[in-house]
Write a protein that binds this ligand. Structure first.
Ligand SMILES: NC(=O)c1ccc[n+]([C@@H]2O[C@H](COP(=O)([O-])OP(=O)(O)OC[C@H]3O[C@@H](n4cnc5c(N)ncnc54)[C@H](O)[C@@H]3O)[C@@H](O)[C@H]2O)c1
Length: 247
């Protein structure tokens, strides 16, 4: 029996990397997927891969920080798909720089995408989750939100705030059986980490007890667990998927 048989999941940032891995993992476990991405082409490509697994998929191209666009997308999801069971707030960006050189624009872009985007989607689906007395929300944070990182004050602030947001919404929605959890990945091999220089990668590996970077599928497996019936009694938690970096 598939773990997510006939459930419907909305995954933001599903066009590539971790979001794509989550979309395909959920589909392989029986879920239909609304793939949200900034670029229509990526969203449609992943939706096609979901359909190839025998599930339904919808592609939506939008900027998750655009309140009007998110509202239109949520209305269309509710009208065309109907019920939604799982929301994965995964879309995220980095704009790294030391604080002395960080522009207000780079601060805003990161906070608006990583934090406001999750707020808009969560708010958009909260009413239906409360009404149906079920639902799973999974926010993809980062270990950088737990430990900080020089050159990433905007990113760290967005992910730390996303963790505080997760715990607050977990408390708000728990009385109706809706769970809200965060995953804090460490360093995962995606486009986001591809630009890392060789020396930096070596230095990083010394800090990872399991001695390798993670794969998108490692995060997707954690998301599957949190979305599954096995995690029924788990809410307000942060699950680190980082090879043991933070413990
Ligand atoms: N890769 C890592 O090492 C790592 C570590 C910790 C946390 N994370 C988090 O995991 C999530 C996914 O990261 P990834 O490594 O797959 O990155 P990625 O850059 O490969 O993919 C990010 C996805 O988010 C989408 N996206 C970005 N901004 C968007 C916006 N404004 N509106 C809609 N979609 C948008 C992109 O189009 C892309 O599909 C992010 O939240 C990231 O912060 C990644």
């Amino acid at each position: 029996m598939n773990q997510l048989e006939n459930q419907i999941a909305v995954v933001t940032g599903a066009g590539r990397g971790i979001g794509k891995a989550i979309a395909l993992k959920f589909a392989s476990e029986g879920a239909d997927i609304a793939c949200v991405s900034r670029t229509a082409e990526n969203a449609e490509t992943v939706a096609e891969e979901v359909r190839a697994l025998g599930r339904q998929a919808w592609a939506l191209a939008l900027d998750v920080s655009d309140a009007a666009a998110v509202s239109i997308a949520i209305d269309s999801i509710v009208q065309t798909i109907g019920r939604v069971d799982i929301l994965v707030n995964n879309a995220g960006v980095t704009r790294d720089n030391l604080i002395m050189r960080m522009s207000p624009e780079d601060w805003d872009t990161v906070l608006n995408t990583n934090l406001k985007g999750a707020f808009l989607f969560t708010k958009g689906f909260a009413r239906s989750f409360l009404k149906q007395r079920s639902g799973r929300i999974i926010n993809v944070a980062s270990i950088i939100g737990l430990i900080g990182n020089a050159g990433q004050c905007n990113y760290a602030a967005s992910k730390a705030a996303l963790i505080g947001f997760t715990k607050s919404i977990a408390r708000e929605l728990a009385p109706r059986g809706v769970t809200v959890n965060a995953i804090a990945p460490g360093f995962i091999e995606t486009d986001m980490t591809a630009a890392m220089k060789a020396e930096m990668r070596q230095e990083l590996l010394r800090k990872i007890p399991l001695n390798s970077l993670g794969q998108p599928d490692d995060v997707a497996n954690a998301a599957l667990f949190l979305a599954s019936v096995s995690a029924r009694y788990i809410t307000g938690q942060v699950l680190t998927v980082d090879g043991g970096m933070v413990m």
